[in-house]
Design a protein around this ligand. Sequence first.
Ligand SMILES: Cc1cc2nc3c(=O)[nH]c(=O)nc-3n(C[C@H](O)[C@H](O)[C@H](O)COP(=O)(O)OP(=O)(O)OC[C@H]3O[C@@H](n4cnc5c(N)ncnc54)[C@H](O)[C@@H]3O)c2cc1C
Length: 468
Amino acid sequence: MQPLRTLSLWMDQLDEPLCARPALREDLTADVCIIGAGYTGLWTAYYLKRQAPQLDIAVIDANIAGFGASGRNGGWLMGNLLGEDRLLATLSPQQRRASIDLLHGIPEEVHRVLQREGIDCDYRKGGVLYCAARYPEQERSLRAHLDDLYRQGMTEDDYRWLRPEQLEAQLRVNNAYGAIYSPHTATIQPARLVRGLARAVEALGVPIYENTPAIDWLPGEVRTPLARVRCQWTVPAVEGYATNLPPLGKHQLPVQSLLVATEPLPEATWAQIGLSQGQAFSESSRQVTYGQRTADNRLVFGARGGYRFGGRLREDFNLDEHEVELRRYLFSELFPQLQHVRITHTWGGNLGMARRFRPHMLCDRQRGIALAGGYGGEGVGASNLGGRTLAALILNQHNELTGQPWVLDNRPLSSLASWPPEPCRWLGYNAIIHSFVHEDRTLANPASAPWRRRLAGSLADFMEGFMH
Ligand SMILES: Cc1cc2nc3c(=O)[nH]c(=O)nc-3n(C[C@H](O)[C@H](O)[C@H](O)COP(=O)(O)OP(=O)(O)OC[C@H]3O[C@@H](n4cnc5c(N)ncnc54)[C@H](O)[C@@H]3O)c2cc1C
């Protein structure tokens, strides 16, 4: 197995020794068995145990807490959900505003827990900047997106346009056309959050068994190599690893995202770039880029990866030269002074993409299953909401968490939308991604004729339509 410290920059930065907790060796009876010690599983355990200390909860993980996306992500803690515009579309304006406020409140809720539990994960609420900087079409699409957000009931306090000279006060990118700024995002050191959460959950009296894969799960029983857990509730919290636990893989595709981190950069370089408040940033292309300045002054920058035929998980995240150089090219377009900077860490991970690109929080009361996922690369904040919501559902509460359009209460697993079988998944997913890459290449080339630019954009729009 890959040494745990090499899983990501974040795991490498941990001060603690990275040794696994004991595996489950004897049969167990629990009220709730949580499969997966990432954010979703641990937040669920945390909120459940705080509200109902009498519950016996056990968490098992195939590896160690934070082995999955939770120990590897880009550290954007966002106050929103992927696809929330479509999820909220059926609500009245008042209901919609209440849902939006719930989402925007996620970073503060995480911050409250960090303070309560003494978890230091470099939380900085500097907001997020979505920049138009590489080609003029980015400004058009960002402005159209901003109009959409206002139509949905967001205000200038939630999202606002920054002209290039306003953006400069926060971030100086080459050739800026402007940016959308939103205050509802924080940046964090992801591994410190997940490892700190694991300790907080243990301190509440929830055991975590590591190196304990679920090899089978049925209503009321989870089987692991050495022992079984009999339980009233099962919470499969494996997001990007859903193919490991049939039939979950039908509903959630494992998709990769890949990152690089530079060496710590000198103050003089950061004085040129900015990002002094811990802002998250991206450039607005369909390559899905995301970056942050870390607490130790590195640039961490990621972009979308791929999908493997049959949902095969990627295990080896030693990025090849092409994968590294694509990310270097994308961040050097924004920061030409970083073109030859030393990259010290490269890594990636599997995340879960739900059909129609909408997250879900589901409770099957008959079979005792509760799960949240399909966050599609926006799961750091969403998993906190997921954990709170699953705890409320299991405790049979009816409150603002459980009344949301992404919550499917008292519904079977089969009510989640399914991806079509192979080879359609692979062909479809890759056709969409290729149209995005083709669009980006065409638009980034100033010599591309206007008709080529329009065609590339229309094709990518058309393909994106399929995703939803
Ligand atoms: C490279 C990358 C960058 C990302 N960047 C961001 C970002 O900046 N902002 C954002 O909001 N989101 C981001 N995401 C998404 C976000 O990290 C995830 O949505 C979130 O961490 C999911 O948490 P989770 O607990 O549901 O799953 P995970 O953290 O993946 O945890 C699942 C756990 O289940 C365990 N497991 C798997 N199979 C089994 C089994 N059979 N039995 C027992 N245990 C099992 C795994 O070992 C793992 O520990 C990113 C994801 C990746 C991969």
